[in-house]
Design a protein around this ligand. Structure first.
Ligand SMILES: Cc1cc2nc3c(=O)[nH]c(=O)nc-3n(C[C@H](O)[C@H](O)[C@H](O)COP(=O)(O)O)c2cc1C
Length: 115
């Protein structure tokens, strides 16, 4: 039987990917591109990960949920929404392109749970 606080491979209360990311980026430097996998829910989450030094992000459950509820069209809408949110976050942050994301200091924000 699965108890309340356990979801998949991670315990509730573990640090978030955004919290873990800076130390990982510092440890590997430029030798390894760091991909963030877990907890990306909004375009702002994407920008935050890039600002903290990630090379890219991966998205799991939001895409799976969109597929379940809306099929292929649902996935398209979900990805379009993520892109629109990212573009809005870039505009709000004054970031002209993704390469400039590391100029942002978003360390103190928390990930935004959605769905
Ligand atoms: C239903 C489900 C099954 C998964 N199965 C595996 C698995 O077998 N092995 C694995 O390494 N990760 C597995 N994952 C984790 C995903 O590959 C991915 O790391 C995770 O969903 C990303 O986090 P996010 O869902 O918050 O975007 C699974 C995730 C879900 C939602």
């Amino acid at each position: 039987m699965v108890s309340g606080g356990i979801k998949g491979r991670q315990l509730a209360g573990s640090i978030t990917t955004a919290e873990a990311l800076p130390a990982v980026v510092t440890a590997v430097g430029a030798r390894v591109p760091v991909l963030v996998d877990g907890g990306i829910r909004t375009g702002e989450d994407v920008l935050r990960a890039l600002a903290l030094g990630a090379a890219a992000v991966l998205v799991g459950r939001p895409v799976a949920r969109a597929l379940r509820t809306g099929g292929a069209e649902g996935v398209r809408v979900a990805l379009d929404t993520l892109r629109a949110e990212l573009e809005l976050a870039m505009a709000l942050g004054g970031v002209p392109d993704l390469a400039a994301a590391t100029t942002l200091d978003l360390r103190h924000a928390t990930e935004t749970p959605r769905g």
